[in-house]
Design a protein around this ligand. Structure first.
Ligand code: HH2
Length: 305
């Protein structure tokens, strides 16, 4: 089996005739830009417009394929996360998001996604030039699916259960992989029934959202079963607390664990990796790809044909 598979090309269509090509041989790297005071690993770091712009352009320079702007922390409540993030009203989310998004859009063609659960925020972000919507609630806002069907942009549907505030208190799966796959499949079909183009939908198992550390590991181990739903897969495991359980490290020191997950996912043809450490993740993926390519180049012409 090829480590980095090139036979699963798919295209997400962005506004303005632009595309995101998936399955080109390595996962795409989505850089995280948290415009929040309270995100679990980097809250407050990019809280000024200047600092946020600088980080976004730095990620572009490092080779990010897209950048995900989030202005509300989605840190779940309970367990290692304590009380969870404070929900913010749409007006506050927009006050954090729009000044950065507008200036970023004016400076780069890089695909920009908005990480939001609110249709009002998604609408304003798309008007300001966002290209895709990353919804960790998978269309819980009743206005969201209609908006996305009309806009026709790519959408990430992430698996989670229950309210963020209590999510880590109420964990109950008999078979985490089967149940996540079934629930994601239901959300996928609901999205399609609501008029969203199936070809624009990306699925995400929601690592860290209402799952125990060992359930997160099981989902990663069995990620092929989520891929079997037939849509591109995004994984967001970067710096998450299950990595801290393994390595004993605080969020900002979980690079090695995050890279291990990236390598695992690349070998299983995950399409998009949502990461804080863009440069290091790309160096890892480039190295995997070089090993793969060297094997192809070493083959004799007969073997390679
Ligand atoms: N994880 C976080 C936020 N958004 N989106 C998707 N699709 N998948 C994820 O796993 C995911 C996500 C949480 O990470 P982060 O943004 O770093 O923290 P916070 O929510 O505290 O801002």
């Amino acid at each position: 089996m090829a480590i980095l598979d090139t036979d699963h090309r798919r295209v997400l269509t962005l506004p303005g005739q632009r595309v995101l090509e998936l399955g080109r041989g390595r996962p795409l790297v989505m850089g995280v830009l948290n415009l929040t005071p309270d995100s679990f690993s980097d809250g407050g770091l990019f809280a000024t417009v200047e600092r946020a712009l600088e980080r976004a352009l730095e990620m572009e320079h490092e080779g990010a394929d897209l950048v995900d702007l989030g202005a509300e922390s989605t840190r779940p409540g309970g367990g290692v996360y304590g009380g969870g993030a404070r929900p913010v009203p749409a007006s506050e989310e927009l006050d954090r998001l729009l000044p950065v998004l507008e200036r970023l859009r004016a400076s780069t063609e890089l695909p920009l996604s908005v990480d939001t659960r609110k249709a009002a925020v998604a609408r304003a972000a798309l008007e300001a030039g966002a290209d895709l919507v990353n919804d960790v609630s998978a269309l819980a806002d009743p206005e969201m699916s209609g908006l996305l069907a009309d806009e026709g942009v790519p959408v990430v549907l992430m698996h989670s259960r229950g309210e963020l505030e209590r999510m880590q208190h109420d964990i109950a799966f008999d078979d985490v992989v089967r149940e996540v796959a079934e629930e994601l499949s239901r959300r996928l079909e609901e999205a399609v029934s609501a008029g969203i183009d199936r070809r624009q939908l990306v699925l995400d198992p929601g690592i860290g959202f209402g799952k125990t550390a060992s359930q997160n590991l099981t989902l990663l181990r069995e990620i092929d079963q989520i891929r079997a739903l037939g849509r591109p897969i995004l994984v967001g495991a970067s710096r998450k607390s299950f990595l801290g359980r393994i390595t004993g490290r605080p969020p900002a020191e979980r690079l090695a664990g995050s890279l291990a997950v990236a390598a695992w996912c690349a070998a299983r043809r995950v399409d998009i990796l949502r990461v804080h450490d863009v440069r290091e993740t790309l160096e890892l993926l480039d190295t995997l790809e070089a090993i793969q390519r060297s094997r192809d180049e070493d083959r004799s012409p007969e073997e390679a044909s």
